[in-house]
Design a protein around this ligand. Sequence first.
Ligand SMILES: [Zn+2]
Length: 232
Amino acid sequence: MKHNWKIGFVAGITLLLPLVLATTTLTTANAANKTTTSKTAKKAKAKAKPKAKKHYLIVMGHGAGDPGARGNGTTEATFLRKHMLPQLRKYAKKVKGSTITFYNPKKNLVSDTLYHHKGSYKLNKKTTVIMFHLDAPAGHGGHVIIHKKHPTKRDRRLAKVIKKYVGLNRAYNGFSYRTNLRNCNVLRHRGIDYSLVESGFITNKNDVKHLKKHMAKIAKADIEAITNEKIK
Ligand SMILES: [Zn+2]
């Protein structure tokens, strides 16, 4: 078909103009809608209760008159409090996604539980308990005492830390499922999640040497293993 372009142009502009205007109006309306939606979403987010952080209670074994195992001129209670506790505290402060507290180091969780019916009987059931100990009388390496037949992911991470810095006790290859520890059984029966870390033998010169030498790295790695959070 032959076409007069002048008439066509004018007609085209006349036809297009309302369309352009309509599109502009629509876009503005859409933008307004979007703003309202995101505002509503933000309000809902602010209203939703922040998820309670996971709580971990770290317990240094023995203390309060119970020295625990002896070796290399020290005791389990002293070594754990003097060398390990300050480092664990330091890295526990850097964790953002969980809350970590420490059982009063002047106290002894086991005797508090078994002789005073406090300790493990009084803990919140949602708390996860991580207990640190050192082994005796003779051997090398550490392991994690677990409360189910199979280790949890956290147990596996904790065992990796031992393996890296001290070595694993060959007798257990990382994990030992125990049901004859009375304090732990209180936790188990109350449905409280826990891991008991035997970091090495206090009677083994090499184990103690490695523990002392790498204590800062071990503590950092342990806190990361417990919380599954990378510390910068
Ligand atoms: Zn112990």
